[in-house]
Ligand binder design. Structure first.
Ligand code: C2E
Ligand code: CA
Ligand code: CA
Length: 596
C-alpha cells in the first residue's frame, strides 16, 4: 500500500516535469518564431527605407520602428529572449546588423545631401544578406532545438511508458501471487488451487489421479492451547508435507483454516504414505509432540472418468469430507460406491425414523444380567432392534450413531423408555424388584426438556423409578457440563440407578467417578477379551476393588465362557452379562425364559 503511494507520487512528479518541459519548449518555440519574424521585419523594413529614400519618400517613422525592433532584439526584451545571451553566433550577427543599420542611417544622411546612391546600395545588399543569414541562423537553431526536444521528449516518454507497464505488470503479478498463494504455507490458496485444478484436469493424460481432502482434527484446540504463531507452524508443516507428496504432476493448496486439498497421481497406500509424510514433516519442523498427537481426517476420490467435470469431482470429495467431520470418523472416507450406498441408506434411515417409531418397527430386546451372589437373573439391559419387515433385523450399530449425529436419537431413547415402562408394568416386575437398564445418549440428556419428558413417561405408566437403570457410556459422559450433572442428580435422587457403561473402553477420566451420582460401573468387554494378557486379570480385580471402595456395584459385560464367570466371581464382580448367559432376545422370549 505504502509502495503504491510512493509509485503514484513518482508518476505524478514525472508527468509534472514533462508538462513543465513541454510548456517551456512551447514558450521557447514561440520566442524563436518571434525572433525569426522580427529579424525578417528588420530585413524588409531596412530595404523599404532605402527604396523609399531612392524614390524620394523619407520615412522617419519607419526608421524609428527599425531602431526599436533592433534595440528590442539586442536587449532581448519584448519576447525576444528565447536565445540565451550565451549564444555568441546570434549575438555577433545581431551586433553586425545593428552596426550595418547605423552605417545605413549615416549613409542615408549623405545620400540626402549628395544624392550618391552607390554606397547605400552596397550597404543595403550587405544588410539584406546579414539579416537573411540571421533569419536562417535562428531558424536552424530553432529547428535543432525542436529536434533535440522531441528526441528527449520521445525517449523520456517511451521510458515512462515502459516504467508504467513494468510497474503495472509487477503489481498484477503481485496481485496474482497474493490471490493464488497462501501466505502461511506458500502453497496454493483456494483460488490458486481451483484454477490450477481446472488446468490439470483439462490436460490430464491416461494417468489416474486422486483428489484428497485433508483436515486436522480439533485444530482450534491447538489455536487455543498455544498461540497463533505455533498453530501457523503446524499449518506450514502440513503445507510442506503436501508439497513433497505432490510429485511432478500434482498440486496442493490450503483451502481455508486447516482445510487442505491434494491432487496427485493415484498410488497404492497413498493415504498411509501421506499420513507418514505429514508426521515426518511436523517432526522436522520441531513439532515432535504434535507429530505424535495430531490426527487427520482424509477424504478421497479416485477419479475414474477422464471427462468428469471439476465441480463434480470437488463436490464428491467435499461430501465425503463433511461426512467424516460430522460423524467424527477420523482416518479416511473414500467417495466410492459403498459410500454412496451408505449415504443412501442413512438418508432412508433418517427419513423413516418417525414413521418406523409410529409403526412400532423398533423392537425392545432384553439381555439378562446374572447376579453372581444369588446366581439369579434379576435385571436386564434393553437393546433396540429395528425390524422394518419380518425377518429383517437392523442392529443398533447401524443407526444409533447416525441418529446421534443428526440429533434424532432422543426420539428412539424415549420410545425405548416407554417400551421398558410398558414391559415392567405389564409383567408386574416392580413387585419382583426386577430392574431394566436403558441406554441413553448424551444428546438426549443434553436436551433442555429431558427431565420433563422422562418424568412424563414414567408417570404415565406409574413406574417405580427404582425399577429403572440408565446407562450412559463413559465417552459420552466426558466434558459434561454442570447442568447435565444436575439432571443425573435429579434422576438419582428419584431412586433411578445410574450406570457408567463401557468403562475402560475410552480414555478413562477417573475424576468423572467423583463428579457423577453413579451406582454401577459397567466394565467394557475388552477387559475380558484381553484377559490372557499379562496383568489384565490383576487390573480387572483392582478395578472391581476400586469400584467397591467408592460404593459402586460392578457389572461385567461380554461374558462368553464359564471361565469368565468363575474368574469374575472370584474377583468380587457383582453382575455379569454376555452371550454365555444369553444373547439379547425379544421381550416375549425373555418373559418366557426368565419371568414366568
Ligand atoms: P452396549 O450398550 O455396550 O450394549 C452391549 C452390546 O454388546 C449389545 O450390542 C449386545 O448385543 C452386545 N453383547 C452382549 N453380550 C455380548 C457378548 O457376550 N459378546 C459380544 N461380543 N457382544 C455382546 P447391540 O445390541 O448391537 O448394541 C450395540 C450398542 O448400541 C449398545 O452397546 C448401545 O451403546 C447401543 N444401543 C443399543 N440399544 C440402544 C438404545 O435403545 N438406545 C441407545 N441410545 N443406544 C442403544
Ligand atoms: Ca449399554
Ligand atoms: Ca456396554
Amino acid at each position: 500500500m505504502k509502495d503504491n503511494k510512493k509509485i503514484f507520487h513518482f508518476y505524478t512528479l514525472v508527468w509534472a516535469l514533462f508538462l513543465v518541459v513541454l510548456l517551456s519548449a512551447l514558450y521557447r518555440m514561440y520566442g524563436d518564431e518571434h525572433i525569426v519574424n522580427y529579424t525578417g521585419v528588420v530585413r524588409g523594413c531596412t530595404q523599404k527605407v532605402i527604396l523609399g529614400e531612392t524614390l524620394g519618400n523619407q520615412d522617419e517613422e519607419l526608421i524609428d520602428y527599425v531602431d526599436t525592433v533592433i534595440t528590442d532584439l539586442i536587449e532581448a526584451s519584448q519576447g525576444f529572449n528565447s536565445f540565451g545571451e550565451d549564444d555568441n553566433g546570434y549575438q555577433e550577427q545581431l551586433v553586425a546588423i545593428n552596426e550595418l543599420w547605423s552605417e545605413i542611417k549615416l549613409e542615408i544622411e549623405n545620400f540626402r545631401i549628395s544624392g550618391d546612391y552607390d554606397y547605400l546600395y552596397e550597404l543595403s545588399e550587405e544588410h539584406y544578406q546579414a539579416a537573411d543569414d540571421l533569419v536562417h541562423y535562428v531558424e536552424e537553431v530553432a529547428e535543432e532545438e525542436l529536434e533535440q526536444f522531441f528526441t528527449i521528449f520521445s525517449i523520456s516518454f517511451v521510458i515512462t511508458i515502459c516504467l508504467f507497464f513494468y510497474q503495472f505488470y509487477r503489481n498484477r503479478r503481485e496481485l496474482i501471487k497474493k490471490t493464488n498463494y497462501d501466505p502461511i504455507t506458500n502453497i496454493y490458496s483456494q483460488i490458486g488451487f481451483m484454477n490450477k485444478l481446472e488446468d490439470k484436469l483439462k490436460s490430464r493424460d491416461s494417468k489416474k489421479f486422486i483428489l484428497i481432502g485433508i483436515d486436522i482434527v480439533n485444530f482450534k484446540v491447538y489455536n487455543h492451547r498455544y498461540d497463533h504463531a505455533f498453530a501457523d507452524r503446524i499449518l506450514k508443516g502440513v503445507g510442506d508435507a503436501l508439497l513433497e507428496c505432490c510429485g511432478e504432476n500434482g498440486i496442493c493448496g490450503r483451502i481455508n483454516g486447516d482445510n487442505f486439498k491434494l491432487f496427485v497421481e493415484n498410488k497404492e497406500d497413498i493415504i498411509t504414505v501421506l499420513d507418514t509424510c505429514l508426521r515426518e514433516k511436523l517432526l522436522q519442523s520441531g513439532l515432535a509432540l504434535i507429530s505424535q498427537q495430531i490426527e487427520f481426517i482424509f477424504s478421497a476420490y479416485a477419479i475414474s472418468d477422464d471427462k468428469e467435470e471439476t465441480y463434480s469431482i470437488l463436490s464428491k470429495v467435499n461430501l465425503a469430507h463433511s461426512y467424516a467431520k460430522t460423524t467424527g470418523l477420523n482416518g479416511v472416507i473414500w467417495y466410492d460406491e459403498s459410500f454412496v450406498t451408505r449415504l443412501r441408506l442413512e438418508d432412508e434411515y433418517t427419513s423413516r425414523l418417525e414413521e418406523a417409531i409410529k409403526n412400532k418397527e423398533f423392537k425392545m430386546y432384553l439381555q439378562p444380567q446374572l447376579n453372581l451372589q444369588s446366581m439369579i437373573v434379576s435385571s436386564a439391559e434393553a437393546l433396540v432392534r429395528w425390524e422394518p419387515q419380518r425377518g429383517h433385523i437392523i442392529y443398533p450399530n447401524e443407526f444409533i450413531k447416525l441418529y446421534e449425529d443428526k440429533k434424532l436419537i432422543s426420539l428412539l431413547d424415549y420410545y425405548m423408555l416407554e417400551e421398558v415402562c410398558i414391559y415392567l408394568v405389564e409383567n408386574n416386575l416392580m413387585k419382583q424388584h426386577f430392574k431394566i437398564a436403558i441406554n441413553f445418549s448424551r444428546v438426549t440428556l443434553d436436551e433442555e426438556d429431558f427431565l420433563d419428558k422422562f418424568n412424563h413417561i414414567i408417570h404415565k405408566y406409574e413406574v417405580d423409578p427404582s425399577a429403572l437403570e440408565i446407562e450412559m457410556t463413559e465417552t459420552s459422559l466426558s466434558q459434561i457440563e454442570s447442568a447435565t450433572i444436575s439432571k443425573l442428580n435429579t434422576l438419582s435422587n428419584k431412586g433411578i440407578t445410574i450406570t457408567m457403561d463401557d468403562f475402560g473402553a475410552g480414555y478413562s477420566n477417573i475424576t468423572l467417578l467423583a463428579e457423577l451420582p453413579l451406582n454401577i460401573l459397567k466394565l467394557d468387554r475388552e477387559f475380558l477379551n484381553k484377559l490372557d494378557t499379562t496383568n489384565m486379570p490383576d487390573i480387572l480385580t483392582s478395578v472391581i476393588a476400586m469400584a467397591h471402595n467408592i460404593d459402586l456395584k460392578v457389572v461385567c459385560e461380554g461374558v462368553e465362557t464359564e471361565e469368565n464367570i468363575v474368574f469374575l466371581k472370584n474377583s468380587g464382580c457383582d453382575y455379569v452379562q454376555g452371550y454365555y448367559i444369553h444373547r439379547p432376545m425379544p421381550a416375549s422370549k425373555f418373559t418366557e425364559k426368565y419371568i414366568l
